[in-house]
Design a protein. Structure first.
Length: 61
């Protein structure tokens, strides 16, 4: 039977902080894209965001 993996005392707190930062960055990036596509005036109809490969037809598999 293997022994349980232990981590230094501060590591769990650090991971919690990093998860919170990750969550906030994800929310902010989504909010920026939403605002650019739905809230701002956009007379040209150009959209922001989406999958990066969606505009490069030679990348399709």
């Amino acid at each position: 039977m293997s022994s349980p993996v232990t981590t230094p005392s501060g590591t769990q707190d650090d991971l919690g902080v990093l998860r919170e930062v990750e969550s906030r960055v994800l929310w902010l990036s989504s909010a920026i894209t939403h605002h650019a596509n739905r809230v701002r005036a956009n007379p040209s109809g150009l959209k922001v965001g989406g999958h990066q490969a969606s505009w490069r037809p030679w990348c399709r598999s």
